[in-house]
Design a protein around this ligand. Sequence first.
Ligand code: NCD
Length: 483
Amino acid sequence: MGRSIVTIDDLTNDEIENVFALADEFLQRLAVDGKPERLRGRIQLAEQCVLATLFFEPSTRTRFSFESAMLRLGGHILSSADPASSSAAKGESIADMIRVVQNYADLIVIRHPLEGAARVAAEFADIPVINGGDGRHEHPTQTLCDLYTLRREKKKLKNLNVQLRGDLKRGRTVHSLVYALARFGANIITSSAPGLELPAYVVRRLQRDYDCGPIDVEGLPDDVDGVYVTRRRAVQATLPNLPPDFLIDVSSKGFSSKDFRKIDIFYVTRLQSERPDEEGQKADYPVVSARFLKDRRYRDSSVLHPLPRLDELAYDVDQDDRALYFKQASYGVPVRMALLAALLGLQEGVLAKSKPAGHYPLYTRRGGIACLNPFCVTRNEPEQNYLASKFWILEGDALTLRCLYCDHETTPQCVGRISTKRYDTDLSRWTRIPLEDLIMFADRNAAHAAGFQLYKSRSREHDPLPARTARGVAGSGPPNAAP
Ligand code: NCD
């Protein structure tokens, strides 16, 4: 069973660098004269391999660049681009579809409207699966293309000011990108369209997993609604010889608006109007035009866009040297060639054998608390026949559960033991219950409905099990969780 790429955290920073180095090699070998970002011809590396692209949402760049990448590696493709033409239209589950397609191909790229669909595919496949975008959740290979473009242009990511503009709530490219930016030590400056700010669960994951938090800065331009910096990076930037686990509160470093005035990278995104929401429908979406980019802040900004663009980015920017979005789309081929070659085991030394280890205990249970995100794959009818709820148990002020599939967080109000059918509202008790006996409920009514009764005595002295801490439990929590 090979490695799958479901989230950008399925690759370590070193592995990302290795993928980029291999992409550089492919570019050197196949680039067209005078067009260094475009490839021609093929190499014979993947003649024995077949790639299946299963796309249940529209795509031009992602699917074509994956398919072009496979063809240029000398491999073969099976392509399903029309949801209506596959058995999903007849109500087939993701698990069944994947267990069939894995017998026809060596690697699957899947794009699906449900958040967590690629995770389900990866759980059921015995071949590598790549997430080509799962609803509003993540799009890790777009992030690879974004980072590769930036690396070629700016040579580094650390300490760069990256301004993200547009629909940061529903744009999956932005979600994968912010995690990567935090990991590489860039500063994130958000200019969301009104009502379309970064979702709370993304901000919490930034803080919890990468120690990248929002800071208060006075005097920033009106269109900036958030600045996020990585504490570790801030410390290292100021005092490079500190031990790696030494952290300070970033606010005490005293950032000023001057630190964020010059924008190195300006990442524009479109309104995701195909993903309806109560808020953000009538978003005020100022157009980024040649005139707009005359502002001093953007003098040296590289302008990126995952594309497609609608009217948020004027065509008069295309001629500007700062506009990199077509190059960025072009780099999709060498980057995806490198990723495919690595995941197919055709190129040694790019990826480690196993995926990065995590740090949170995993709670898996059918029944009990379920993910509340209406777009989560676990809420879909065919998937409910076989999927259990899976949550990372996060430590903090309150007991918080993060859905393994879609990252949305929820907080239980009761914890119980399956073996005794008893529950308690003292949530700290979860540490005394073995994971295989643990069940959590959204509230007391849910516990009662499931036939559970309140513990007779809440005294912990009578509880024979030793307490454990969240981080002390073996599990495969989010990779790169501790930077
Ligand atoms: C993005 C996507 O599909 O999420 N496009 C892409 O893959 N290049 C961005 C978008 O559709 O807005």
